[in-house]
Design a protein around this ligand. Sequence first.
Ligand code: DQA
Length: 158
Amino acid sequence: MAPGKHRVLVVHGPNLNLLGLREPELYGDVRLETIDEGLREAGAALGCAVECRQSNSESEIIGWIHDALEGFDGIVLNPAAYTHTSVAIRDAIAGTGVPTVEVHLTNIHGREDFRRTSLTAPVCLGTIAGFGARSYGLGLRALMDYLKASEPETTQSS
Ligand code: DQA
């Protein structure tokens, strides 16, 4: 894909459609549509088109990761509860090789023991966790930084 024309897929996992209603003391009161809107705006400023999707289905998320090979340069992924359980999502990220940044609203390392293990993090570029809704924007910036740094040098015209 041509420099400056990056496409980023944002994938929200299970129960994130409930943001705003769901345990606001943990996840805040910002709704998913507001996060998505902010990411599209941030993407425009960073020089990428952002498409946001949410699913409660592991199989659908895996399909989207596969599809990203064709249509996207990178993924910002909050696998939600699948972070801690899904070998299949991990294998999809590793198998496609699509550059992926894992994000979490909460600091999963400071919560229950079962949340401290991420099966997906080892095959991602990196993880941003604990900054609430801002984790997504930070993840997008990290991904764009990586993608721009990976672009081939363009030859200077005089
Ligand atoms: C989460 C953390 C997960 O442990 C949890 O299952 C979620 C949300 C987060 O963004 O903090 O659904 O991924």
